[in-house]
Design a protein around this ligand. Structure first.
Ligand code: FAD
Ligand code: EPU
Length: 338
């Protein structure tokens, strides 16, 4: 385990923010993790587990140690008549893993194509897109407790998955390092194409026979048309969660704003589209200092150049205040503020 000092984190966060870490190390094996845990020097300073850095906002230098997860490996560990159980190490690139599953006809993850980041972060906020959430495909999450060094396996219910949430983002944040995820994928595909414009995109592509590859291609095309590519414009995807509100509140808003998008969550709650609320408040396409609200997707905040994390946080807080003022709805940040 090699420890580096005063490392720039700019290449390690998709917001492209300039900030330094006091210490930085790459964990390439579970032995590296145990070695780290036994180094007393690092036990009482802040620790940041890092994957692809595509869901963090660095608001200053990090006065602690960054643990860059580089555990690699993917393998089929079990097969039943209906399912494949695939174990993927946390440092694997998410989209590459999805493509590997598609190539091998392991079905289920195709709607989650092109989400940036690593496998190890996927349970953290229960990544989701185009009608699928990763919680529906996760069998188990393998972890090591950073305090005690004990391994702990979380079965699906123990992860307490929710919309953009899990125990790893809430009560156990920064306590467990996820080392691998075991996915339960389908032998017989169960196509999800009703969300958003997938069907329309498949038509445009001239697809006659549905396949997991065709769905993945359609999702990639839609995403490329809407979301900024982090290698061109710094961003971390949706900056806020879509707010979940009681049905009564949604109905009241509908009376004032008949075109407001509302999605039913359960018999008592609805989800509102934060992008729509932010756009209605006039923020879409706005630039302040060197950051702004993306021109094609108001839920995505962008760094046009040398914005600091504090500039972006300030913009986010102004947006929260503005949406609250107009709609009396509180937006919650999805991105992890560091
Ligand atoms: P990081 O940003 O490195 O880390 C995120 C958090 O997880 C941090 O708190 C970190 O400490 C923790 N963490 C990371 N790895 C581990 C580990 N091994 N063990 C324990 N904790 C860990 N998200 C969606 O859900 N749906 C989308 O459609 C989507 N689209 C996006 C589009 C763009 C253009 C971008 C830039 C982001 C998008 N995101 C989306 C957000 C992001 O890609 C996901 O949240 C992704 O899972 C983050 O992975 P990461 O490896 O980059 O995590
Ligand atoms: N909308 C607007 N204006 C905008 C953006 C959106 O009016 O500027 C409206 C759209 O017209 C649509 C609704 O809002 O009626 C929803 O928009 P979209 O389908 O683009 O999805 P989203 O709710 O903005 C969510 C996820 C994305 C995920 C997409 C696709 C959250 C916080 N975001 O975005 O996830 O890729 O759905 O499933 O749930 C992420 O988490 O980082 C992320 C990108």
């Amino acid at each position: 385990m090699k420890i580096k000092e005063e490392i720039s984190l700019k290449p390690y966060n998709t917001f492209n923010i300039s900030a330094n870490a006091r210490y930085y190390t790459e964990l390439e094996s579970t032995e590296n993790i145990y070695e780290f845990i036994h180094e007393k020097k690092f036990q009482n300073i802040p620790q940041l587990i890092l994957g692809g850095g595509s869901n963090i906002l660095l608001t200053g230098n990090f006065d602690g140690i960054v643990l860059k997860n580089q555990l690699m490996g993917v393998r089929l560990i079990q097969e039943t008549p209906e399912h494949y159980f695939i174990k993927a190490s946390a440092g694997e690139n998410w989209h590459r893993f999805v493509l590997y599953c598609i190539e091998n006809n392991y079905a289920g993850l195709e709607n989650l194509s092109l989400i940036p980041g690593c496998v190890g972060a996927s349970p953290m906020q229960n990544i989701g897109a185009y009608g699928v959430e990763v919680k529906d495909l996760i069998h188990e999450v393998e972890t090591i407790h950073l305090g005690s060094g004990q391994t702990q396996v979380f079965d699906n219910p123990s992860c307490k998955f929710d919309y953009r949430s899990s125990v790893f983002k809430t009560s156990y944040k920064n306590q467990f390092i996820i080392t691998s995820v075991i996915f339960k994928l389908n032998k017989k595909p169960n196509y999800t194409i009703t969300y958003g414009s997938i069907e329309e995109e498949l038509d445009k592509m001239g697809i006659k026979e549905l396949s997991i590859r065709a769905i993945s291609d359609a999702v990639c095309r839609i995403r490329k048309s809407k979301l900024p590519n982090p290698s061109e414009i710094g961003n971390a995807g949706s900056f806020f969660k879509n707010p979940v509100v009681p049905i009564k509140i949604a109905e009241e808003l509908k009376e004032h704003y008949p075109d407001i998008p509302i999605y039913t969550v359960n018999p008592t709650n609805c989800k509102l589209a934060a992008g729509w609320l932010i756009e209605k408040c006039g923020w879409k396409g706005k630039t302040i200092k060197n950051c702004g609200v993306h021109t094609k997707q108001a839920l995505v905040l962008v760094n046009y150049g040398n914005a600091s994390g504090k500039d972006i946080l300030e913009l986010a807080n102004r947006i929260i205040a503005s949406v609250k003022d107009t709609f009396h709805v509180e937006l919650e940040k999805e991105v992890n503020i560091i």
